[in-house]
Design a protein around this ligand. Structure first.
Ligand code: LMR
Length: 411
């Protein structure tokens, strides 16, 4: 009976890593998935995470003793997740003294990182707002479409990227959000837009909030890079806080994959800001009801790491310093790539958009054929929309990458 099942295509992002692993060429470079690597192109476990994890892993005896001391065990978490994690994650996002926190207007549920948290929210929309339109940016992170498709939530796109300027199509974005049916859910990237690396300015965020408010839309933020984009946790949350300060209801999915490097721990949260504490309690109860038949309750390890790092002032400061270090390394390769391209390109093309983009990615403007050339001829693995992850690039490989881009772009 399974004979009739066709082969699924590889995932446009995670499938790139599979193809990379299969390539035996020594020059190969994986700029597909957004995962931070060191200058030696090795995966990086943050020092703060190592410190906290050692509390659990150093040896059986210490781990057992600590577990007893802290009354930590392997029993199921509550459906909504670890209370200490849910508290710190909402505070990190909104700021501990934000009225939405003090007034208990946020329903926070631990999720399986960004994807799992978005999926919970999508199921909530499907159940309580049947037929509501979700608007996603064009382009957006590829998995957004899968998530809403699988949750059977209708979506359409608003203009975002302008290929002519390799910048934001702000007019297009505003007019598409205006044209959406009242009460639509508008998916926004809190910072470091994926895949373009192009964010609205603070003034543009205000205008976006004006239109969303006028239309009674509900902002739905995806925050996957808090602290990682600018190096400042507060600055990277400013878009979300601006909307919350207007008293609006909103949704925010969070991920700790990038900023704490906890990719495989699957740790994040969905936060729903409601107009009253009472509504927040009811929304939370429904999110739990959705989570229970999906995966019952979330895993504990990543939640403990986040709660320990964010909840401990010394570790928290160390974490901020490490994030600045990671964001700084990416800025350095950005600069070097720009310098290499500008020096090599005799056509007069302006590559400065690379410097203007922020976060892990650069949207190169390479089309599918050119991206194929990058991979097939140069063994540079990247997504077919022309996105490269600068977090997977080292200073030493910038020249090689610039040669590959020149060859693919101009031939
Ligand atoms: C990416 O965009 O590369 C990351 O968010 C990883 C993923 O899950 O797609």
């Amino acid at each position: 009976c399974f004979e009739g099942i066709a082969m699924a295509p590889p995932d446009p992002i995670l499938g790139v890593s599979e193809a990379f692993r299969a390539d035996t060429d020594a020059k190969k470079l994986n700029l597909g998935v957004g995962a931070y690597r060191t200058e030696e192109l090795q995966p990086y476990v943050l020092d703060v995470v190592n410190k906290v994890s050692k509390l659990y892993l150093s040896n059986w005896y210490i781990a057992e003793r600590l577990m007893l001391e802290r009354s930590e065990n392997k029993e199921y978490l509550p459906i909504e997740g670890l209370a200490a994690f849910n508290k710190v994650t909402a505070e990190l996002l909104f700021g501990a003294d934000n009225p939405v926190i003090n007034q208990q207007r946020v329903a926070t549920v631990q999720g399986l990182s960004g994807t799992g948290s978005l999926r919970l929210a999508a199921a909530l929309i499907e159940r309580y707002f049947p037929g509501a339109q979700v608007m996603i940016s064009s382009p957006t992170w590829g998995n957004h479409k899968n998530i809403f498709n699988d949750a059977r939530v209708p979506w359409s796109e608003y203009r975002y990227y302008d290929p002519k300027t390799v910048g934001l199509d702000f007019e297009g974005m505003i007019s598409d959000i205006k044209a959406a049916p009242d009460g639509s859910f508008i998916v926004l990237h809190g910072c470091a837009h994926n895949p373009t690396g192009i964010d609205p300015t603070p003034e543009q965020w205000e205008k976006i909030a004006d239109v969303i408010q006028e239309k009674n839309h509900i902002p739905f933020f995806d925050v996957a890079y808090q602290g990682f984009a600018s190096g400042s946790l507060d600055e990277d949350a400013s878009s979300v806080r601006l909307f919350a300060a207007r008293g609006m209801e909103l949704l925010v999915a969070q991920s700790y994959s990038k900023n704490l490097g906890l990719y495989a721990e699957r740790i994040g949260a969905i936060n729903v800001v409601c107009s009253s504490a009472d509504a927040a309690a009811r929304v939370k109860s429904q999110l739990k009801r959705i989570a229970r038949p999906m995966y019952s309750n979330p895993p504990v390890h990543g939640a403990r790491i986040v709660a320990n790092v964010v909840g401990d002032p010394a570790l928290f400061n160390e974490w901020k310093a490490e994030m600045e270090m990671m964001a700084g390394r990416i800025k350095n390769v950005r600069q070097k790539l720009f310098d290499s391209l500008s020096a090599k390109d005799k056509s007069g093309k302006d590559w400065s958009f690379i410097l203007k983009q922020i976060g892990m990615f650069s949207f190169t403007g390479l089309n599918k054929t050119q991206s194929d050339n990058m991979t097939n001829k140069w063994h540079v693995y990247m997504t077919k929309d022309g996105r490269i992850s600068l977090a997977g690039l080292s200073l030493a490989k910038c020249e090689y990458l610039a040669d590959a881009i020149m060859d693919s772009y101009h031939n």
